[in-house]
Design a binder for this molecule. Structure first.
Ligand code: GLN
Length: 488
């Protein structure tokens, strides 16, 4: 018999509505597992057991009163990336700068989860201000990959991916600016969805790079992904980039068969540097999609080569502006012992931010400065337009694009910390999706010889989430969900 923490969200929902278990029992099972497992994994920064038990009791009251009022999230324990504001619960962004920041309000996604009866277990570790690909940039502690504790879980939503894989939450929310949901999902063997820019409200998401940031989900399977997307999607007048467009029932996209679907394979994503084991697994997954009736066609995204360079101008430029609010007055660390105002700013920012954040602020400030703006920011924005055009052209020939998520499986802790450029290059296949604002999903497609998960990335045009879910669901039908989650 599997333990309660092994079930997917939709399996738990069945047990809850049949009253075979209570939400309090489920929550206690998760809190116990966190106690036993999280000291090894390090996915959580803050635990909220009292609040979780209150929410679970409330869910049980709802289930007892009128079971039809229960939603697929009623009584489901979730974890939240610590970049999403939670009223009364510390939200650190993985930074000393916000170590004691307690938001006075909830992000819209948190309000939606609460309205649907979800139970929040706590806040999850991340690279500081979501800058990084390994969660080693957290100011507090690294997170370990549950499949191999010597390895990174990916990043920046490393805690969100590791906790879902370690079964210390049933699902989680993350954010994705250049790959931060899809890459850790791939490294931890979970399903990670970055929705279309504007699909999910970012009100209450601490900003990194505003033209790229998007909140999304990390789940154990594709059905859970559709269920969570149903809840978090939709227009929000409090986010000016949110798009007023109806939210379909995403579970209606979970249908077997891919007849009439053309899958594009981008030539530029199968390059030297791509680990042969990753390539084999991704190509096998594409064959699996073919076996479900999809047609496969080669496509070209000719400007892919320039995506990382353009991203590392645009994202730091926006970050340098967004992070200027942390001055120790309105927000951020207030240091002791300063001579004057300038000295206070200097001390707050040099003690509050870690090295990667400082590097980004310097790159961003430089590339926006007078005389350099045209050469850097403007040029990068033009490259971004070419990348969008590449996708538009490709989607005239296909419905979904399939590619690797990351060039390798999870690397070892410490392996890339000394070389930022190597770290940046690990995002080569995920960044173009953010530059174009389109949706992308990472679905587990196999294990390497070392037993490390490999993800298939699927991409679609704007608001093509339904197509992504159909394709991802069909992959799961052929491969089956994981039979053995990692034993931690
Ligand atoms: N790894 C990328 C970076 O460091 C992407 C991060 C993200 O998506 N938040 O910027």
């Amino acid at each position: 018999m599997s333990s309660l923490t092994d079930f997917t969200m939709h399996e738990l929902h069945e047990l809850l509505v049949r009253r075979e278990v209570s939400a309090v029992e489920v929550t206690k099972a998760y809190l116990d597992r966190i106690d036993g497992v999280d000291p090894k994994v390090g996915a959580y920064l803050t635990l909220t057991p009292d609040q979780a038990l209150d929410q679970a009791e409330k869910a049980d009251r709802c289930l007892a009163r009128k079971v039809e009022d229960a939603t697929p999230l009623t009584g489901i324990p979730v974890g939240i990336k610590d970049v999403i504001c939670t009223r009364g619960v510390r939200t650190t962004c993985g930074s000393r700068m916000l170590e004691n920041f307690v938001p006075p309000y909830n992000a819209t996604v948190i309000e939606r989860l609460e309205a649907h009866g979800a139970v929040m277990l706590g806040k999850l570790n991340m690279d500081e201000f979501a800058m990084g690909s390994s969660t080693e940039n957290s100011a507090f502690h690294p997170t370990h990959n549950p499949w191999d504790l010597e390895r990174i879980p990916g990043g920046s939503s490393g805690g969100s991916a590791a906790s879902v894989a370690a079964r210390t939450c049933a699902c989680s929310l993350g954010s994705d600016t250049g790959g931060s949901i899809r890459q850790p999902a791939s490294h931890c063997g979970v399903v990670g969805m970055k929705p279309t820019y504007g699909r999910v409200s970012r009100y209450g998401l601490v900003a990194f790079a505003s033209s790229l940031d998007q909140i999304g989900s990390l789940t154990r399977d594709v059905t859970d992904c559709a269920l969570l997307l149903n809840v978090i999607s939709g227009y929000d007048p409090r986010d000016s980039t949110s798009i007023p467009r109806d939210v379909p029932d995403y579970t209606l996209s979970l249908i077997p068969g891919l007849k009439g679907c053309t899958i594009g394979i981008p030539r530029e994503y199968f390059i030297s540097g791509l680990d042969p084991e990753v390539e084999r697994s991704v190509r096998d997954a594409i064959s699996a999609l073919e076996s479900q009736g999809a047609r496969v066609e080669e496509v070209s995204l000719p400007h892919t080569d320039y995506a990382v360079a353009a991203y590392y101008i645009i994202a730091p430029a926006e970050a340098s502006s967004n992070l200027s609010r942390y001055d120790g007055v309105k927000y951020g660390l207030r240091v002791r012992g300063f001579k004057d105002l300038t000295d206070m700013y200097k001390k707050a920012r040099s003690q509050g931010f870690g090295p990667e954040v400082k590097r980004r602020i310097m790159i961003g400030t430089y590339s926006l400065s007078a005389g350099y703006y045209d050469a850097y920011y403007k040029k990068a924005s033009q490259v971004r337009t070419l990348i969008m055009q590449d996708f538009r052209n490709a989607f005239e020939k296909c419905d979904v694009i399939a590619a690797p998520v990351a060039p390798t499986t999870a690397f070892r802790l410490g392996e890339k910390t000394g070389d930022p450029l190597q770290m940046y290059l690990s995002d080569i296949f995920t960044i173009p999706v953010n530059l174009a604002g389109i949706p992308g999903i990472s679905v587990p497609c196999g294990l390497s010889r070392d037993g490390l998960p490999i993800g298939l990335q699927l991409m679609a045009g704007h608001f093509g989430e339904e197509r992504l879910l159909t394709a991802a669901y069909n992959l799961e039908l052929v491969l089956g969900p994981w039979k053995n989650w990692p034993t931690v």
